[in-house]
Design a protein around this ligand. Sequence first.
Ligand code: TRP
Length: 329
Amino acid sequence: MSMRGFDVLVTERLPAATAQFAADVRAGLERAGQKELPSKYFYDAVGSALFEAISVMPEYGLTRADERVLREHAGEIARMAPTPLSVCELGSGSGKKTRWILEALYRGQNVSYYPIEISAAALASCERELSLVDGISVVGVEREYLDGLREVAARREEGAHLLVLFLGSTIGNFDSGADRRFLQSVRQTLIAGDWLLLGADLVKPLNQLLAAYDDPAGVTAAFNLNLLARINRELDADFHLRQFEHVARFNERTNSIEMHLLSKKAQTVTIGRAEFMAQFREGESIWTESSHKYSLAELKTLAIASGFDCQEQWIDQEWQFAESLFIAR
Ligand code: TRP
């Protein structure tokens, strides 16, 4: 394949975010063993819209379960919450399910809500959706989780506590051990008595999980494949999306659903802005995300190991999902 065009691109100055994206894609696809791409890049405008669609698919009960538990227990949570309180959310998405808790928390005193989100599109719709809630001032923070959290913590008012929302079971997308390290970092930005409300998907029957991550209408497949489409759009690459296939498998050893993009044939892909070509064998896959399924006991252990006490766990019966209230020790 011709490398023509690369000499032009070497001198091209990429915006910092694009340069980082290019470097991450290159590092992930040049790996000697299992190729991988970081899942944080799923959420461009198309990816965020596709995820919203996944969350209303009948097979993917996770988001609705999260929302149900929050709605059902919002009053109780609000009554227990320390005051004054600021709320910040790690990865707010559209912010739809956060509405219940914010409505319940407003008791005559204004509550500041800081959604922390790397997707500008998701952040904009979150700000739109939630600024309509009475007594809530929304301040969007377009940053990575921990950077955003540090920024919010630095603005803490005298005597105020923070309620950190980490919903949707994103915690399960960290590698084994990285979930604990991440929560330890969250704990370090907090003070004793601050709250973390953690949504986590629970272990459930295999067929239910496989359908949730590979729906027959192909919305989940489109979401996974959009990562390659995004690389095409932003990094001047030539992935043929029809030559890759979405695969979801369950790893019994780690209790995780693993998402891959499988190359249907031997092929070479040029990624212009990352200045390299990736080779794929037939059947070779790119690992894009894992989604760990927890037990209630495992979540309690996770709380202790990261400097919190697990105060309470609320469970959805229809779709096994838990909201755990962790209080910083
Ligand atoms: N973080 C979500 C989850 O683990 C995202 C998700 C849903 C996802 N379906 C997916 C990620 C398919 C990759 C592929 O449930």
